[in-house]
Design a protein around this ligand. Structure first.
Ligand code: TRP
Length: 443
């Protein structure tokens, strides 16, 4: 396994601002272009429901965030870019994980604990206005991460503890049911500084000090002109230390350009002039993206289609994996064909694993001269039926792919399957393919 899987979620409650761009969007787009990585970026709209009860705001934010990431250069065919709520396997996995997660572990998770501490300090009941959603937040996040076997999770410092809690959940599940999950690690980008906002504090929606990423040019100019500075007059040397304006410039400028502004500060540049310079520099980087953003925002149906396509690709991974997990925990078909090698605790208890009767692929030629294959279970029930191929070799190659890649190859094989004869979406198909793979792995 040489591909590094990177995954991160963006909660859909606000409008992207310059701080989000510098701290998350820009580094994520750059990371997605690194060879040897596979990136999963998704709109965490189930998470949004925890903090936001305004439906229009959630819809609007989803659109703005998707348009911003695409405008900033994210290639939705290269990465997995999807909306969490388009993946029904995520809430299902959340439940599986809930059942292996100690409640005490969640009591200690920081978002919940912070709410309780605040209530205690205010003399209120510990759980005052705390929803079960807030309490379960780390479990939903674990499902996001574990579903795609992600290794590296770029997050802010405040999320590091969550990732640790989520590792614990993965380990508990693996211990009980076999090695299904990869244990994720948090990655904090050391060199991405947090951007100060208009008032010099960290740029954040909760301080109401943000500069929207794709504000129209004139609005951007006005906002930059409003960045808090001291009252030193033109000609007086200015301090770069603690200057929000300087730090914002630095996040966009080259080291040489930054050096130039440092000298200008020392030489007593007027604040108005410095702000104009900062505005021009930022606008130079943003203006081509802003044009793409505006075009995207004018065509929400296109964004919708992009996200659906992303979800389809993500589900090509999630659906078969969920079938594997359902089987692992014992949510299984009762028909004898569905018996599988026991795993984890079960095999320890049962001694030597015993494999049930296996499904089989059959290849044959019809009177029409074409070549076919089908998959039947041990009782002869038809699970997959191919269309006719001109060559036997081609039919054989598909059989081989389905055998070696399992249900992951189903999406690719789809055009060659006769869905009328047998439904490839039937969960029994994914189960049968996993069963064949498990048997091949075992011997
Ligand atoms: N909780 C994250 C935040 O508020 C968003 C998020 C949801 C996330 N699921 C995730 C981040 C999975 C990383 C991985 O920023």
């Amino acid at each position: 396994m040489s591909v590094l899987r990177v995954l991160t979620g963006i909660t859909t409650t606000g409008t992207p601002h310059l701080g989000n761009y510098v701290g998350a969007i820009r580094p994520a787009v750059a990371a997605s272009l690194q060879p040897g990585t596979e990136s999963f970026y998704f709109l965490a709209d189930y998470h949004a429901l925890i903090k936001c009860e305004d439906p229009l705001r959630i819809q609007r934010s989803t659109l703005e965030i998707a348009a911003s990431w695409l405008a900033a250069g994210l290639d939705p065919e290269r990465v997995f870019f999807y909306r969490q709520s388009d993946i029904p396997e995520i809430p299902e996995l959340t439940w599986f994980l809930s059942c292996v997660t100690g409640k005490g572990l969640l009591n200690r998770a920081h978002a919940y604990k912070a709410a309780v501490d605040k209530n205690n300090a205010a003399g209120l009941e510990a759980d005052h206005e705390v929803t079960a959603g807030l309490f379960m937040y780390p479990v939903l996040m674990a499902a996001d991460i574990l579903m795609f076997k992600s290794h590296r999770i770029p997050v802010g410092r405040d999320q590091v503890q969550n990732i640790e809690v989520e590792r614990d959940m993965a380990a508990s599940f693996n211990h009980l049911y076999g090695e299904h999950f990869v244990l994720p690690e948090a990655a904090i980008e050391a060199q991405v500084a947090t951007l100060p906002g208009l008032d010099g504090r960290k740029m954040s929606k909760s301080y109401d000090n943000t500069i929207p990423l794709f504000a129209p040019r004139e609005v951007l100019r006005k906002l930059i002109m409003g960045i808090l500075t001291d009252s030193r007059a033109p000609g007086e040397p200015k301090d770069t230390e603690g200057s929000a304006l300087f730090q914002i410039y630095q996040a966009f400028a080259t080291p040489e350009e930054t050096e130039g502004l440092r000298r200008a500060y020392a030489d007593g540049i007027a604040w108005g002039e410095a702000k104009q310079l900062v505005f021009e520099r930022i606008d130079r980087e943003l203006s081509p993206m802003r044009q793409r953003y505006e075009a995207l925002m004018a065509d929400p149906a296109r964004i919708e289609a992009t996200l659906r396509r992303g979800a389809e690709r993500a589900r090509a991974i999630a659906t078969p994996f969920m079938a594997e997990l359902r089987r692992a925990v014992g949510l299984r078909s009762l028909a004898p064909t569905q018996q599988t090698a026991p795993s984890g605790k079960e095999s320890a208890a049962a001694g030597a694993p015993s494999v049930g009767p296996l499904p089989t692929f059959k290849q044959y030629r019809e009177a029409d001269g074409r070549f076919y294959f089908k998959l039947v279970d041990a009782r002869g029930t038809l699970l997959l039926q191919s269309v006719g191929f001109a060559s036997g070799k081609e039919a054989g190659e598909w059989v081989k792919r389905l055998k070696t890649e399992g249900a992951q190859a189903l999406a690719a094989a789809h055009p060659h399957l006769d869905a009328q004869a047998a439904d490839p979406q039937n969960p029994a198909v994914a189960e049968a393919l996993q069963q064949l793979r498990a048997a091949a792995d075992a011997g």
